[in-house]
Design a protein around this ligand. Structure first.
Ligand SMILES: C[S@@+](CC[C@H](N)C(=O)[O-])C[C@H]1O[C@@H](n2cnc3c(N)ncnc32)[C@H](O)[C@@H]1O
Length: 314
């Protein structure tokens, strides 16, 4: 596959590294609509480059940002000028300026300020407090917006701007439930919800009830889907996989998340793709099929310890 496009807004859950894998198992003929109810940075859909797409997220700031690009309120030229001016101010005033922009964003919700914060906050995180205020601290690099860094961001904006002009891409703020219900058999749904039992913030809480509703929506959908989730790490396994997703095709892959730059801070996690069809790649991966006797297992099946009290939904 060609070089992976990295979007202008960052996020801790970004699936850049998983894009090639997802693309290999994708079965989408581009006739229907690409539906991405948990768009986050949008890295997966932006690389699929569908003709018709519905990108959605509960976080309105992400959606406002892309709608501003769509309406040409944010263009490459405007973004460059903005980042140069704000980057100069950051270089002069340092941390205080970052927090000034953060306060300004929390008052006015300007999408360009959101971009500034996303590219100068700690670890490129997106996190909002219980009142809906962006609360990620500064990355402590006052020279963050170098010429080359600004050019990189501006090119990312240009890529999305051009893609929006030649395709039919909608950006909507909302909950996944309605979006999935409206999908037809020609559409393809890619879901990457917050991971159950992981970090929680204003737009990213994920309860058992959400996982169950997602299961019910996807199970009754006529569209093909891929759901990204985590399978296990050295300490725990994801009981939702056993409880909700075991009757679908399950592919897994080892992945390392880096927390900081040190080698010892590589956290291994087994990522999973839950799929409601049988992709060619399934032949090379560990997979569950619908029934044990149909299991085309080429490696050992993924075994879960029996978890007390876990009831399968009917
Ligand atoms: C794991 S992130 C998606 C990451 C994305 N695939 C990427 O690579 O950047 C999950 C996203 O789901 C959104 N979200 C959380 N609850 C939601 C809900 N009930 N409906 C729609 N979106 C939701 C969050 O705002 C967040 O952007």
């Amino acid at each position: 596959m060609n070089k992976i496009f990295v979007p202008p807004i960052k996020s801790q859950g970004i699936k850049t590294k998983l894009v090639p894998w997802i693309m290999r198992v994708l079965q989408f003929d581009q006739n229907g609509t690409w539906i991405e109810p948990f768009m986050g940075t949008g890295v997966v859909g932006f690389n699929v480059r569908p003709k018709n797409a519905l990108f959605s997220d509960l976080n309105p700031h992400i959606i406002n940002f892309y709608n501003a690009i769509k309406r040409s309120q944010i263009t490459a030229r405007l973004a460059r000028r903005f980042l140069e001016t704000e980057g100069d101010a950051l270089a002069k005033e340092g941390m205080d300026y970052y927090y000034e922009v953060r306060d300004r964003f929390n008052r006015n919700n300007d999408p360009l300020d959101f971009l500034f914060l996303s590219r100068s906050c700690f670890n490129g995180m997106i996190r909002f407090n219980s009142k809906g205020g962006f609360n990620v601290p500064f990355c402590h690099k006052r020279d963050r917006f170098s010429k080359s860094y600004i050019t990189k961001i501006v090119n990312q904006i240009e890529y999305v701007h051009k893609a929006i002009q030649v395709n039919n891409w909608q950006f909507e703020c909302g909950d996944f439930r309605q979006l999935i219900k409206d999908a037809t058999s020609r559409d393809f749904i890619y879901c990457d919800p917050p991971y159950f039992g992981r970090h929680v913030d204003y737009y990213n809480s994920w309860a058992e009830e959400d996982e169950r509703d997602l299961f019910l929506c996807l199970r009754s959908s006529k569209a093909k889907f891929i759901l990204s989730t985590w399978h296990s790490n050295p300490f725990r396994h994801n009981i939702s996989v056993e409880k909700y997703w075991r009757n679908f095709t399950l592919l897994t892959k080892d992945h390392f998340y880096h927390v900081g730059a040190k080698e010892k801070n590589r956290n291994p996690v087994k990522e999973a793709l839950v799929i409601n069809y049988r992709p060619a790649e399934a032949a090379q991966e560990r997979t569950y099929a619908r029934k044990p006797e149909q299991m085309a297992l080429l490696e050992k099946p993924v075994r879960f310890p029996l978890t007390k009290g876990v009831k399968r939904p009917s």
